[in-house]
Design a protein around this ligand. Structure first.
Ligand code: PSV
Ligand code: MN
Length: 396
């Protein structure tokens, strides 16, 4: 890597921030059960403390996404003092995720529910989340709906679409001028026949209908097999509608595997589309990068650090694509030369440049080993294990 490339990587890493999810530090499982971890976080303070560790080790995770009913079961009143707790752990509250799926009333949906009272309750909860975002000084309200149906004919797809648009428009009217709402799509799970916002096209139309501060959020686990996600990213950028990501990797469905563990080249290609667009437009895309993974088997903080380091590495590699050369090769339809531009950048060892950046930020050269030898895990295991493992015996 030459000096110019090294500088490019430094600059890129200076602006690259990635948000971690509070729920990634808590005990979670599959529908077949949970394997509880003695060190898992339960309270919002514990989650913020764990997130603080990830930030201390990596230097690029200053904010924490919260899921309202998991982190603030009583809504707004639970947010009192939470920003101060976050600051104590050197992080801040990031995107606010309303929860329109865990209450019994949502059996047949939230904003798409045929029952007007349920739609109202969902909307009131989302509006309260806007108040929460004001209390925590957060910008983005991140929306994912479990709405859908399991059997053909059982729901009126067009009516539900209409109710969604009405609801999202009303929510949009509660946003402050600088705020955004991000609309996430998912084609399956928990509904397995249709979901109301199934893909990026539906999310785009919903966001457009909601208002100018609504953008689309791409969760890497929310696509059909073999879908070309970087093309979706390129289109959303071109439409000015890409608002954020939920990063994770997958082999089959929404597997929540550690980022880059299955297909690191895919994330590289996604980052490349973003940096290519930025180079062409001489602009900077306003994208919220977030991780959405909760690990059932791996140590939660370790898995988060792994994911963040992988994201940094792939982001750095994507900066090394020679855009002039690529544009010329594309115009000349020189397929091999164009492809080599990507392959060469992907194959470049960016570790020395990342080490330099870590040194300049005063963060450990190897975040994972530093975390392992830092004593934090042992300390929180001692503090939390009795409580966490008591839950195991109540399972038995
Ligand atoms: C749904 O699968 C999802 O990706 C949404 O973003 C939720 O908020 C999150 O997972 C909950 O884990
Ligand atoms: Mn997600």
């Amino acid at each position: 890597m030459n000096d110019t490339q090294r500088e490019k990587v430094q600059e890129a890493l200076d602006r690259f921030e990635i948000e971690v999810p509070s729920w990634g530090f808590a005990n979670t499982g599959t529908r077949f059960g949970k394997f509880l971890q003695p060190a898992a976080a339960s309270t919002i303070e514990e989650k913020l403390s764990d997130a603080g560790q990830v930030h201390a080790m990596t230097g690029c995770c200053p904010s924490v996404a919260v899921h309202v009913l998991w982190d603030f079961p009583n809504g707004l009143e639970d947010t009192h003092g939470v920003s101060r707790i976050a600051a104590k752990h050197n992080v801040r509250i990031g995107s606010i995720n309303p929860n329109m799926f865990q209450d019994q009333i949502y059996k047949h949906g939230s904003l798409g529910n045929p029952d007007e009272q349920v739609r109202r309750a969902a909307l009131d909860h989302m509006i309260e989340c806007v108040s929460i975002s004001h209390a925590t000084d957060s910008r983005d309200i991140s929306l994912w709906f479990a709405d859908g149906s399991n059997y053909p004919g059982s729901q009126h797809i067009r009516k539900r679409r209409h109710w969604f648009i009405d609801g999202l428009q009303e929510l949009h009217s509660h946003l402050d001028p600088g705020q955004r709402m991000l609309v996430e799509y998912k084609p399956f799970e928990p509904a397995f026949y249709h979901t109301d916002i199934a893909d990026w096209g539906m999310a785009l139309l919903m966001a457009r209908a909601a208002g100018p501060q609504a953008k689309v959020l791409v969760d890497l686990g929310h696509h059909y097999q073999a879908q070309n996600i970087e093309q979706i990213v390129a289109w959303l950028l071109a439409e000015g509608m890409l608002g954020g990501f939920h990063f994770n990797d997958r082999r089959y469905a929404d597997d929540d595997l550690t980022l880059g563990s299955i297909d690191p080249y895919q994330l590289f290609r996604i980052f490349h589309e973003i940096s290519y667009w930025e180079w062409e437009t001489d602009g900077q895309a306003d994208i919220a990068y977030m991780i959405d993974q909760s690990h059932n088997l791996k140590g939660k903080i370790e898995a988060m650090i792994q994911s963040v380091c992988r994201a940094q590495e792939l982001y750095a590699k994507s900066m090394l694509v020679d855009h002039d050369k690529l544009a010329a090769a594309q115009t000349a339809c020189d397929l091999v030369e164009a492809e080599e531009c990507l392959q060469e950048a992907f194959a470049t060892d960016v570790k020395p440049a990342i080490l330099e950046w870590r040194k300049s930020r005063n963060v450990p050269a190897n975040p994972l080993t530093a975390f392992r030898s830092g004593g934090y895990l042992e300390r929180v295991t001692a503090e939390r294990s009795e409580r966490n493992m008591a839950a195991v015996s109540s399972y038995a």
